[in-house]
Ligand binder design. Structure first.
Ligand SMILES: [Mg+2]
Length: 372
């Protein structure tokens, strides 16, 4: 079995149906084999970089054409060899997209869901939480109503951004109000989104501790390991980091320094699902959990994330952007349903998500094809 074609699609940015947030462009890849099997993948994207990442994906076809087996592990080895430790998140996202596609192909070839290729021990229910990010800086009242609504819709936890356009005192008031609205038993995650000033995170922590946040995400830039160590010494809150980082060495260093309690590498930026598995194995030895980040579409990347979580003992809640779901359903028959705090995957082979190409094409700004 050999590769015969690589295609990429980049979607238009749009406003979510409920106007809650802006939906960024997504980058999808489809690999087609000479036996007619199609595998879908997705790359994490950042503004203005989408076409560049797509270009990496097409260039990477040069290392896939020599592969007879189209195994994710073989591709992963070759991709790391070609980068020769010159790491970059955009290249990592490109390899990630291809590797997810190769897993989809392997699942379809073996007639097994991706999670069953990763492990023999599968969770039927994967805990999920809802991200409430909005560029509009919602009021505390709007955020409270949103949180309650999302819990009603079946999410098991709520993530908020208390420092978004708020002073430290207002941030503490926000956390207090949301906790009051959702009750004491629901996990409430605080994402500080890397403030430039470490003192903000240090000063906010004691003000919000009494509201029992489930975690304290990106209290500083994830590259700043010394500051992560410092904040971990000053607070009992669980420190989360890793969404902007990728590949194994960075996470090894965090573990060596005991710099965080939970890692949240992005499922479509970390480099590959195999990197996620390796990071999780190393982390479990130090009681550090993996809670995958997924600022991607809720179709292909979210499916990959949930298969990884279903197959992995060392995971915490997976991240869902609720308002992205109607967008995903516009072009895909997604692999999971959310109910009572959990996602449940279908039993279809590979990722289990079917893409309707004509519907996808209708919302895309860019399409490119490389025929081998
Ligand atoms: Mg975050």
């Amino acid at each position: 079995m050999k590769l015969s074609k690589i295609e990429t699609w980049i979607t238009y940015p749009t406003l979510s149906d409920d106007s809650w947030s802006e939906i960024k462009p997504f980058l999808f890849v489809r690999l087609t084999t000479d036996t007619g099997i199609e595998g879908w993948g997705e790359a994490f994207t950042l503004p203005l970089r989408e076409s560049g990442i797509a270009e990496f994906i097409h260039k990477l076809s040069s290392i896939i054409v020599s592969m007879d087996n189209l195994l994710p592990s073989t591709f992963n080895y070759k991709a790391k060899e070609i980068s020769n430790k010159h790491r970059g998140i955009d290249f990592s996202a490109a390899t990630n997209a291809i590797e997810i596609s190769l897993w989809d192909i392997q699942g379809k070839l073996k007639n097994k869901p991706l999670s069953h290729l990763l492990s023999n021990k599968i969770k039927d229910k994967i805990p999920v939480y809802a991200n409430t990010w909005s560029e509009k800086s919602p009021s505390i009242k709007a955020l409270s109503e949103r949180a309650v609504q999302l819990l009603d819709e079946g999410y098991g936890g709520i993530k908020i951004y208390p420092l978004q356009n708020r002073t430290i005192e207002e941030a503490a008031e926000c956390v207090s109000s949301i906790r009051n609205s959702i009750g004491t038993k629901i996990p409430l995650m605080l994402d500080l989104a890397c403030p430039d000033d470490l003192n903000l995170a240090i000063r906010l922590a004691p003000l919000v501790s009494k509201f029992q946040p489930y975690w304290y995400e990106e209290p500083v830039d994830g590259e700043d390991i010394q500051s992560l160590i410092e904040i971990k010494k000053l607070t009992e809150l669980r420190v989360v980091t890793g969404e902007k980082q990728f590949e194994i060495p960075h996470f090894k260093q965090l573990l060596k320094e005991s710099a965080a309690d939970i890692f949240n590498p992005d499922i479509a930026a970390v480099g590959s699902i195999l990197d996620m598995v390796a990071i999780s194995k190393l982390s479990s030895k130090k009681n550090v959990k993996i809670s995958p980040h997924c600022w991607n579409s809720m179709s292909i990347a979210a499916s990959a994330m949930l298969h990884f979580c279903a197959a992995n003992d060392n995971t915490d809640m997976a991240e869902i952007y609720p308002e992205y779901l109607p967008h995903a359903k516009r072009f895909s028959d997604i692999s999971f349903k959310i109910n009572e705090g959990h996602a449940t995957l279908n039993n279809k082979p590979g990722l289990g998500t079917e893409i309707n190409v004509s519907s996808l094409s209708a919302i895309c700004s860019d399409y490119k094809e490389t025929t081998i």
